[in-house]
Design a protein around this ligand. Structure first.
Ligand code: DAH
Length: 328
């Protein structure tokens, strides 16, 4: 586009350059240079005005067309797939190789959990999953934690603004199980649990536990020790030595830490257990004069780490394929 009028020609070439650099192209006709041209009109001799006005209009419609073309270009851009695992501009040979569904595999924890539940099923236990959001009553009250008792501090977890709790252990399910059934009660409860931890190779904020409950007429601590030994020997597929040490949990009396010794290895404490506290039975609607029971809780991650020699618990939640593929 050429212009007879020198001023208009100058501004036209300036605006052309400016246009390229503009983010919002539609502002071009609001620029100072264009406004200055418009402001010239009243100062012109009447006979010059018509020619000037004509060229100014040409300039204006030239840029209006450019703005419109630019806007159409933007609308034509491909929509972006925000779920794509690479940038849409990635060159063909640089695109990552995508996994097809049949290349995936079940997560090692879930695979092990299936095996664990299989063993307990053969031992006569029924399984029910725990919840991932619970309340203060099931987390503490129903488990004989006194209000303000320091034992609550061992279960530091996450709380919603409505006061709901991301459960720090699967014991939150004990009351529900006791209330929903009549003895004999023989249940295992796997579930995801959460703790506010400083993370390291043995501490993760999210992990899995398996709770067990057995209530009947005349159940003893001897039954507890033998039941767990049977399970653990089946799981590890080797003969184990086992021992218990006194411990404290508000929800059991007596309470134990349970340790195992695998052939050629050191003793290792692997779970907490005990005889269900009479207050917990009562709260669950079961007469503690008539029935006794035992319960336990262990970290599934912990057991799987021991079995497979996994050195860092954080692998499980990492989603790293190099780790996951070893269990395919
Ligand atoms: N809930 C306990 C914990 O996470 C583990 C536990 C101990 C569970 C003793 C039980 C039990 O059922 O009887 O530390």
């Amino acid at each position: 586009m050429t212009y007879q009028n020198k001023k208009i020609a100058d501004v036209a070439s300036k605006l052309d350059k400016k246009f390229e650099g503009l983010n919002d192209k539609s502002t071009i006709l609001r620029s100072a240079e264009f406004k200055a041209l418009v402001a010239e009109i009243p100062k012109l001799e009447p006979k010059e005005r018509a020619a000037f006005g004509k060229e100014l209009n040409q300039l204006k419609s030239y840029f209006e067309k450019k703005v419109k073309a630019e806007q159409e270009k933007v609308e034509e851009l491909d929509t972006i797939d925000v779920t794509a695992p690479f940038d849409v501009n990635t060159k063909e040979d640089k695109k990552p190789r995508l996994l097809t569904a049949d290349e995936g595999s079940i997560h090692p924890l879930m695979k092990e959990l299936q095996d664990i539940l299989g063993i307990f099923e053969r031992m006569g236990f029924e399984a029910v999953e725990s919840r991932q959001l619970d309340d203060d009553y099931h987390m503490f009250g129903a488990l004989n934690f006194a209000e303000g008792h320091p034992a609550r501090d061992d279960y530091d977890t996450f709380i919603t603004t409505e006061g709901l709790i991301a459960p720090a252990h699967t014991s939150t399910m004990q009351n529900r199980v006791l209330r929903s059934r009549k003895p004999p009660i023989q249940m295992v409860i796997p579930g995801r649990v959460f703790r506010n931890e400083d993370l390291d190779a043995t501490h993760e904020h999210t992990f899995y536990q398996l709770e067990g409950i057995y209530v009947d007429d005349g159940v003893t601590a001897g039954n507890l020790i033998a039941t767990l030994k049977t399970f653990l020997e089946e799981y590890f597929q080797e003969k184990l030595e086992v021992r218990t040490q006194p411990f404290y949990f508000p929800f059991t009396e007596p309470s134990f830490e349970y340790s195992i010794k695998r052939p050629g290895r050191d003793w290792m404490e692997i779970l907490g257990c005990g005889m269900i506290h009479p207050n917990v039975l009562k709260e669950g609607g079961i007469d503690p004069k008539k029935y006794t029971g035992f319960a336990w809780g262990f970290g599934i991650d912990r057991l799987v780490m021991l079995k497979h020699g996994i050195e860092d618990v954080r692998h499980f939640e990492s989603g790293k394929l190099s780790f996951l593929r070893q269990f395919k």
